[in-house]
Each structure stands twice: as C-alpha cells, then as structure tokens.
Write a protein that binds this ligand. Structure first.
Ligand code: SF4
Length: 423
C-alpha cells in the first residue's frame, strides 16, 4: 500500500481493542525480520499512521537507515530537549542529510512550561523525573497526537524491564512498534558494519548509550551499557516508554484515562507557578485529614504529638521535627538520635531538594522514621529510593490522587535499576 493511502480510522480505539490488535499483530509478525516488521507495519491498515521516534543516539542509525531504504519521506520525530550533546546535534544533521530524510521534525519543550518549572535549566540536578516530563514526555505526547503508532529502537537485551519486549505493544492511545526487539548487540554491530554506517562520535569515547549531556557519562569496560545514564540515580527510563509512570505491558489505559493523568500534572504545574489550581470537589468518602501513603496503601495518621521546628530539637528526649526544604542536614548532626520522626517539606512539585535531604540523613546514620510532605504520587518511587518511609498526603491531593494511584507506584523496587546492578 503506498504510504499516502488513507489508513483505517483507528483514533477511537479503546485500550482493550489496542491490546487485542497488538496481540494479533504479534502473532501475525512473529517470524518476521526487523526490516519486514517495520516495512510492513508502516503500510498495515490495522496499524495506521506511523512515525519513527529517534534519539539519534548510539544505535539509532540502524532504524534511520532502514527507514531511508523503505521511504525517506516518512516522518521522523527527534526530541531536541535543549540538553543534548553538541555531537548528537551534529550527528543528527549528518544522518538526515546522508539519508535524505525529508520529514524530520524537531520536537522541542514548550517555552512556557520550561519557564514555569525549569527557568534556569537546572531542574535535572534536583528532579530528573520532572525534567524528563517537561523536556521529553509532554513534548512527545503532543508530537505523537496525529499518529496511530510509533516506532522505537528498544531491544530486549537493554535491560531487565525490556526482557519481554514484543514487536507491538499498546501504549496509551496508540501502538508502539519495536522492530529491533529481538536483536542482540552483535546484530546491531553487524548491521552497522555491513552497511558501513557512521557511528555516533561519542561511542568511541566510551558512551554506548547516549541521552542528554547532564545525565550521561561514559561507562567503564564491563559495565552495563546503560550504566552511564542517570549515573548514581535510581532512574532507568526517561518516561517516554511509560504511561502514568508505569511501563505498559498489558492493556493500556484508555486515551481519556491517560489524559486524566495529564490534567493532574497540569494542576500541579499550575500550583508550582503559584497559580491556584481549581480545588476538586471532595467526594463523600474522601479523607478529611491527611493520610499516610506507604507501600501497602493509605492509612490514618498515627503520629499524634506535635512536630517541632528544627531549631527546637535537643539531644534530650524523643521528638518529631519538621525540616524545611532549604535546611542543611548537617544542622542535625549529633541530634539525630533524638528524632523519632523527621518530616521533610516539599513546597512545590518541582522542588526536589527534599530528596537530597533524605539521602543525606540516611547517609548520616538516621534510622528513625522519615516522612515526606508535599510529594505527589508520581514521585512516590523516588521518595522511597531516597530513604523516605512514607508520604503525608493532604486531603485535597488524596481526592485527586486516590489510593490506587499511589499503590500503582508501590512496586518501586522492581524498577530500581541501580540496585539491581549493585546486586
Ligand atoms: S535526561 Fe536529564 S537533562 Fe534530559 S530531560 Fe531527562 S533529566 Fe532532563
């Protein structure tokens, strides 16, 4: 089918229909090569309109080359986060010219959103999830809106979370196509060698996986190829392969459910700008007081003594203490044993200083109860990895993000990439 032949109208597919379609496509394409999956899927009416999303990273040249052989007029989306290496931008221009790609679309973060949450370009140092959300996830969501499916270069060998990767998977409101799912590192290398394809210039400098400059380091021989991504942090994925913070493996949420999460995020951004977000009406069964979120869900507050200011904590006696986000944890040195519970404040969604405070307190030997206040469900996994035991959830937030949304993030250990590496 020529690529400009109108595909079926797939825009109203439900999540169940998408899952069924992905399963049928996986069955039909089971024995196909990567090239065949990609070329046939692009003209398959049950797939619909397709775009290739490319990072122009270490292995991106494979799919870009395949696409140029099939039809160089196909749309290619390139996320220019504003944080990429100069070498990546040069490589992108070189490949686009070499392959004659005629529909390359540079996708950039929204200026207003950046001004609201990352005005000085340092959000990645405080909160990588929020930074990826504003620089990658949301721009890509918008860029993908006209398409029914997108092609990625993900492969099973890349990490444990990709070990069961299929050619087709439901991804929110559309399909995701992974033609290289079954390829090994040797397959990638052979394809590049056989087709004499140019390597990303940073590969020779020890970068087998390349993302944004502030979040990518070289890896040592023998290290996992993705160990240089967000090194020292527990983050493993940028979020563009997740829906609502979770990897999509089975039936995906319906489009409007996904948008529901986006609306919540907008509310939070509004709060972050100092603009008052409209308060949702509290349901009859919504909590009237803060609840405590832990790995097993919500529970009622069980600490009934007052919290003291940091300055009031003495070496004598058990106490609860409030720690503001701009506190220096060193101020608690020598007094940590006196604190049975420490509550760290997060004044806004994009202020990640509390995570650093938690890590420092644990490094200093604090073994008592550590609570975060002001954290949203999307940040629960990060809070737990940082050393928090629990999150205090205000009634309004609990109404917007009820218990099931927090429980969905409670499997935070399963995605703890750095912990698995250490193990
Ligand atoms: S990879 Fe780093 S710099 Fe790039 S969007 Fe994510 S956190 Fe920000």
């Amino acid at each position: 089918m020529p690529h400009d032949l109108a595909p079926m109208d797939l825009s109203d597919a439900t999540s169940a229909e998408l899952a069924d379609r992905a399963a049928a496509l996986n069955a039909a394409y089971r024995n196909h090569s990567a090239f065949a999956v990609m070329s046939r899927a692009m003209d398959d009416p049950s797939v619909g309109t397709v775009a290739l999303v490319s990072s122009f990273g270490a292995e991106s040249v494979v799919l870009l080359h395949m696409l140029s052989v099939m039809d160089r007029r196909r749309p290619v989306l390139f996320l220019e986060t504003g944080m990429l290496f100069r070498e990546t931008l040069d490589y992108q221009r070189d490949l686009a010219e070499r392959f004659g790609l005629t529909d390359l679309r540079l996708i950039r973060p929204d200026d207003a959103a950046l001004a609201a949450v990352d005005p000085d370009g340092t959000l990645n140092t405080r909160d990588t999830d929020a930074c990826c959300a504003v620089r990658k996830v949301r721009p890509l969501e918008q860029a993908l809106a006209p398409f029914d499916a997108w092609i990625t270069g993900r492969k099973r060998f890349q990490s444990g979370t990709r070990a069961a990767l299929e050619f087709f998977e439901p991804d929110g409101a559309r399909l995701k196509i992974n033609p290289l799912a079954c390829w090994t590192p040797e397959d990638v290398r052979d394809y590049m060698d056989n087709n004499r394809l140019p390597r990303h210039p940073l590969v020779a400098k020890g970068f087998p996986s390349i993302g944004c400059a502030p979040c990518t380091t070289a890896v040592a021989p023998g290290e996992d190829p993705r160990a240089g991504r967000w090194r020292g942090k527990t983050k493993e994925e940028c979020g563009i392969h997740f829906v609502n913070g979770r990897m999509v493996r089975g039936p995906a949420p319906k489009a409007d459910e996904t948008m529901g999460e986006t609306i919540v995020a907008k509310d939070i951004v509004a709060e972050d700008r100092g603009v008052e977000a409209p308060a949702p009406e509290l349901a009859a069964d919504a909590p009237a007081a803060p609840v405590i979120a832990r790995d097993d869900g919500f529970s009622a507050e069980d600490w009934h003594a007052p919290f003291d200011a940091l300055a009031d904590l003495t070496e004598a006696g058990a106490a609860a203490v409030d720690v503001p986000s701009d506190a220096d944890p060193a101020a608690l040195a020598g007094r940590l044993d006196a604190a049975r519970i420490i509550r760290v404040d997060f004044p806004s969604f994009s202020d990640g200083r509390g995570f650093t405070i938690a890590r420092r307190l644990r490094e200093m030997g604090y073994t008592g109860r550590l609570r975060a206040r002001g954290v949203i469900a999307d940040q629960y996994a990060m809070a737990r990895r940082s050393g928090f035991d629990e999150v205090e959830v205000a009634p309004q937030l609990a109404a917007r993000q009820p218990e099931d949304q927090w429980l969905a993030r409670a499997q935070w250990r399963a995605n703890d990439y750095q912990a698995r590496l250490r193990g």
